[in-house]
Design a protein around this ligand. Structure first.
Ligand SMILES: [Zn+2]
Length: 505
């Protein structure tokens, strides 16, 4: 038994079966139970199995992460283990597990481990009605300790929750300019700093990757808590972490813009199919199965054309429509990413951005395309002299420039965010640079931070990604869903408070 340390304290009991690569072929047969896996009463179409690789160094995984037919969740991240090794989580089919096991027979120090799904409690249900036609959501921070929320919001509930916040608390909304591929109108909302849009400094978004269940809920319940506490003159409590009414008021006064459902087509499809769907539902590059859809978090205009900008062999995204990381047909080819970015133009003084994803248990800060450096400003993503050199970690050919004051500030804000999440009392989170050990292109967080460097007339924005939940655990159990709300909401509180302390202008 190995690998149990990957999930921290307080989580569900996970049993891993160690499969030595050399014994793989014979053992595979015993575990071909996946076809019977049921989520929400629906057979999992993709038959993806949560696994993790374990090896003495993260470099052992380099060739694996370059395989863009594998699914590593939001992005591949190598996590250190208590026994001095590294793990890399993935969702693989039986065929992929068999293939990679054979491929790596020559590397016995790397092992692959399956999560024993028979030990899992049922996943949290999706709401079947509409709980917010008249009443605004009530978060966990304003309820008695031990209170729980019964189900994850369906798409109608996410939309009606926003409208209920408008009716109950005077939240304002903005209709975004582009309709989604399936014709959905997208709405963002803003609250706390009045009608002057240049008084809004915090921006949070969720629901970009469809299967990452609970992301929109985490954001909407937090906003609901802030507004309820503000109205009642009270504070907020998340597990063992408490906040004062003065802190609630200071966060609202910073001006919050929130966009809870970036990918409504994908979320509607995932909730109806239980297929662990990640991308949007655009069929222009592929009309069936996994070839449908674009990965919105590789479609932003930051080193989007990775074949040109990155070193040969690097796969920060994919040109293949059937990949989970398919980058689209152009930067900002998708209506959802255009809408996401239109918010920066509507609210020109946004300084702090948080994109809410799952599942890894990390807060990621800039940059995600390569390691940071603060000494050579001309070595940056705009400089064509470095095309073909970006991406590899551990080399000196290229590192991405960020002023040292920015690095100090964003590390400080990330550290305070994870400290608050840990203080709730459930589990620990890590603050790590977004590149980790493998580069990403076209992501929302890097795009946010890049805007000011690309055009000094635009406001500087510090971009973060929160990866709540346990690795590759996209469909939480009811207990995990509620713990995620507590953890993330405390994280948002301290993220906002730390951002305010660094500065909003
Ligand atoms: Zn994601």
């Amino acid at each position: 038994m190995v690998g149990a340390g990957c999930c921290g304290g307080g989580g569900y009991a996970v049993a891993f079966v160690l499969l030595r690569a050399t014994f793989f072929a014979s053992i595979i047969m015993k575990y071909s139970l996946v076809a019977g896996l049921v989520f929400q009463g629906t057979v999992v179409l993709a038959e993806l199995l949560p696994v993790h690789f374990k090896a003495p160094t993260a470099a052992h995984f380099i060739d694996i992460v370059r395989n863009d037919t594998f699914d590593f969740g939001c992005r591949p991240i190598a996590h250190p283990t208590d026994d001095g090794h590294f793990t890399l989580h993935a969702l693989l089919t039986e065929e992929q597990i068999a293939h990679v096991s054979k491929e790596y027979e020559w590397m016995p120090e790397m092992s692959i481990h399956r999560q024993d799904l028979s030990k899992r409690a049922a996943t949290a249900p999706i709401g079947t009605g509409n709980r917010f036609t008249t009443n605004a959501p009530v978060g966990l921070g304003t309820q008695a300790s031990g209170a729980t929320i019964a189900s994850i919001m369906n798409v109608n509930e996410i939309n009606s929750a926003i409208q209920a916040l408008v009716k109950t608390y005077g939240v304002s909304t903005i209709t975004l300019p582009n309709r989604t591929f399936n014709g959905a109108t997208q709405v963002a909302a803003f609250v706390g700093a009045g009608t002057d849009k240049s008084a809004y400094h915090l921006y949070l978004s969720a629901g970009m990757h469809a299967r990452e269940r609970g992301g929109p809920d985490n954001l909407l319940y937090w906003i609901s808590d802030l507004l309820a506490a503000n109205k009642a003159g009270s504070g907020l409590t998340y597990g063992r972490k408490t906040y004062t009414n003065a802190q609630v008021k200071s966060i609202l006064a910073a001006g919050i813009v929130f966009f809870p459902l970036v990918n409504p087509d994908g979320v509607a499809y995932d909730q109806s199919s239980g297929s662990l769907w990640r991308k949007n539902r655009n069929t222009r590059s592929g009309s069936s199965g996994s070839s449908i859809g674009v990965d919105l978090n590789r479609n932003f205009d930051f080193l989007w054309n990775f074949k040109k900008f990155f070193a040969a062999g690097e796969t920060p995204a994919s040109t293949s429509p059937s990949s989970e990381a398919f980058y689209g047909t152009a930067a900002f080819s998708e209506p959802e990413t255009k809408n996401h970015v239109s918010i920066y133009d509507s609210f020109p003084k946004i300084r702090w951005f948080m994109d809410i994803h799952s599942a890894a248990g990390d807060i990621l800060y800039s940059w995600g395309d390569d390691e940071n450096q603060a000494t050579t400003p001309t070595m940056n993503f705009l400089n064509a002299a470095y095309d073909g050199k970006r991406g590899p970690v551990g080399d000196t050919a290229y590192k991405e420039y960020a002023p040292s004051a920015d690095i100090t500030n964003i590390k400080n804000v990330a550290a305070k965010t994870v400290a608050a999440m840990k203080a709730v009392g459930g589990r620990s989170y890590s603050a790590i640079q977004a590149v980790g050990l493998y580069a990403t292109s076209g992501a929302s967080d890097d795009y946010a931070y890049s805007r000011h460097f690309a055009d000094s007339g635009k406001n500087k924005i510090h971009g973060f990604t929160m990866e709540f939940g346990y690795s590759t655990n996209f469909y939480p159990t009811s207990s995990e869903f509620n713990q995620n709300i507590l953890d993330t909401n405390a994280g948002f509180m301290d993220w906002a408070l730390a951002a305010i302390a660094v500065g909003l202008e």
